[in-house]
Design a protein. Sequence first.
Length: 308
Amino acid sequence: MQDQRYRWGVMTHYLSDWQARDHKLEMTVELWNKLVNGFDVEAMAKRLNSVGAGHYQISIGQNSGYYLSPNAAYDRVVGNNPSKCSHRDLVADLYEPLSRHDIKLMVYLPSGAPAQDKSAVTALEWANGPHVNKNFQRKWQQIIEEWSHRWGQKVTGWWFDGCYFANTMYRGADAPNFASFAAAARAGNSASCIAFNPGVLYRFLSVTPEEDFTAGEIDKPELAAIRRAEKGQVDGTQLHMLSFLGEKWGSGAPRFTAEQVVSFTGNLLNAGGSVTWDVPVELDGTIRDVFLDQLAAINKAFPREARS
């Protein structure tokens, strides 16, 4: 992410429960596969290219237990029948249209089990809170490793959510720990960049030498404080912010003016950092024009350099 051609990008949360909530749907395995099959990857790539985005980050899944890519390790451990992992590998299918526009592909995944799927929580042996969770982590790393091998060099970055109990779960000398967690994500691409999210903080910090960029989750970017950053890095890690343009993550109307979005972005870019903006999407993956206009304003203020 240090390459200046990829200074800022876009994220979308394409999650079964969020789509069901926003569109008043009753989610089923059949419907989830229909929705994932209907996600227009070509249109997404064209829209991102039109606004000069350098990277695109998509959620693999979150709390519902539905995921937008197959994973045999997950199905073997959890035992869902039918599987809640989609038949289509949406991540893999995004790669080709994005790569034609030199847009890097990144993925989002929580560091814990899907809380709404109680059978999955039990099978994965997950306990929420400051617990060691060694059995869970071993299983979760197997699942991550399979996805990493599946995608190989198509995926260039991972953003892991919910690393709230780093001292308890990840900082031990013996695996599973931060090192084994990172190794699982890099199994298919040793050059993948990784961030571990400790939660919403209004200053940027790195939580482990195993990560390459700060997770930087900030819900109020106007309060973001860039401290102790030098040449775009914080404690040896790439400075990065992830925030959202809608009223909340993945939904709502724009909460900022285009001028504000440009200003918030510029604060990071001018310090040598990078930014990812989350925007809502429709059932087919469409980003509404009102958000594209804000992204285009960023590109006008900070034009993307020539693409190789």
